[in-house]
Design a protein around this ligand. Structure first.
Ligand SMILES: [Zn+2]
Ligand SMILES: [Zn+2]
Length: 277
């Protein structure tokens, strides 16, 4: 938190307002702007980059927007609860505000990498667990109502899933030192990547998904396929665990390249079709 106060109702209102502000002011304008650009303003211009040809029904999109609000309230509630428990001395946070601690910038970079790797690992295995047939319909099915996701589907979670989506950050900050601004940058990066993976568009070039180096990085197509076909492509930022565990859809790379080929096909105009040879 950028402030600290004695635990009181006033303090909790301050912390709560800050949490809500951070969550609502960051998510809706950014996901909303991406949605307006790609689904209204420049829809025709970007059409050749669309992963699925169809556009989702308005009702589905409203549902994604509403459900995202529940996720943001859960995220904020967790923030308030953890902050209170730390102030009460029940929990100890390793988040720090002095930039000279732990050797300065090199450790800041290292801690950013550590939280990214931890988030990836946590997300992959929690995601696979949520796809277990005995659990799926109670929690994760809400996220999969979006078969053709839009940027506002990024936080379209059941409230129980929202809790588990956030708890990795709590575990990390209660066990590993991290500079407060680095943590905020991480949460911002996580949100942007989540919006990117639900964008519904692919801009990366042909061969990216099979390149010896870039194949380890996930694409928007990778997660879009997860929404289309469900039982595969579970990873988040990286294509590490899916490759190691053999859970990528076997046609992922071909599907990716076909999309890139398709976008390069230029449809001839009426005049060109009827022009004499
Ligand atoms: Zn998703
Ligand atoms: Zn899933």
């Amino acid at each position: 938190m950028p402030f600290s106060c004695e635990l009181s109702l006033d303090c909790l209102i301050q912390v709560g307002s800050f949490q809500l502000f951070m969550n609502f002011v960051r998510y809706y304008p950014i996901a909303g702007a991406a949605f307006l650009i790609f689904y209204f303003w420049k829809k025709d211009y970007f059409a050749r980059f669309k992963i699925q040809e169809k556009y989702p029904a308005a009702e589905k999109i409203w549902n994604e927007i509403r459900q995202s609000a529940i996720t943001l309230i859960v995220f904020s509630s967790i923030g308030i609860t953890i902050y209170s428990l730390i102030r009460l001395g029940v929990l100890k946070s390793y988040m720090y505000k002095d930039p000279t601690m732990y050797g300065g910038v090199p450790y800041m970079i290292l801690s950013f990498l550590m939280i990214t790797v931890w988030h990836e690992t946590y997300f992959y295995w929690a995601h696979r667990l949520m796809h277990h047939k005995k659990i799926y319909k109670y929690v994760h099915q809400v996220h999969h109502q979006s078969v053709n996701p839009t940027p506002v589907a990024a936080y379209n979670f059941h409230y129980i899933e929202a809790f588990f989506e956030a708890i990795y950050a709590v575990i990390f900050t209660l066990t590993v030192p991290i500079y407060y601004p680095v943590f905020i940058i991480h949460t911002f990066y996580a949100m942007i990547m989540n919006i990117w993976f639900h964008l519904g568009y692919e801009f990366l070039p042909k061969g990216f998904a099979s390149h010896w180096f870039f194949k380890w990085i996930n694409t928007s197509t990778h997660h879009n396929l997860h929404h289309q076909k469900f039982n595969g492509n579970y990873g988040l930022y990286f294509n590490f665990w899916d490759r190691i565990m053999g859970t990528n859809f076997p046609y992922y790379e071909t599907y990716f390249d076909n999309l890139a080929d398709k976008r390069n096909i230029t449809v001839p105009t009426e005049n060109e079709i009827h022009a004499p040879a």
